[in-house]
Design a protein. Structure first.
Length: 109
């Protein structure tokens, strides 16, 4: 097999890719209703994959846009506030839900 995702096709697992949100508006604790520019599905991913996917998405969105990261890895979730400082973003909130956590970041300060 050729191609970049040969292992994903061979193993039957789809590669983890950033997915655009369908113009969702979400209640972010302490910030009210906010439109989500893009959502990053990192369920099942371990460090550093969630951070790398998030950095990739943040490079694509405009200043002021909010990105939602869905993650079920506790170590990855703990690193997002520090990552936000490094990338000149604002960590808006981290919310626990049934599948894991949702982390909200705003590009720019």
């Amino acid at each position: 097999m050729t191609g970049r995702n040969w292992w994903a096709r061979l193993s039957g697992r789809a590669p983890l890719q950033p997915k655009p949100a369908a113009t969702a508006v979400v209640e972010v604790p302490g910030n009210g209703l906010m439109p989500i520019a893009q959502s990053v599905d990192c369920l099942g991913a371990m460090c550093p994959r969630p951070q790398l996917l998030t950095m990739k998405v943040l490079n694509r969105v405009s200043d002021g846009d909010v990105v939602e990261v869905r993650c079920d890895s506790a170590p990855a979730v703990e690193s997002f506030p520090a990552l936000a400082l490094t990338l000149a973003c604002t960590h808006l909130a981290t919310v626990r839900d049934a599948q894991g956590w949702r982390v909200y970041l705003r590009k720019g300060c």
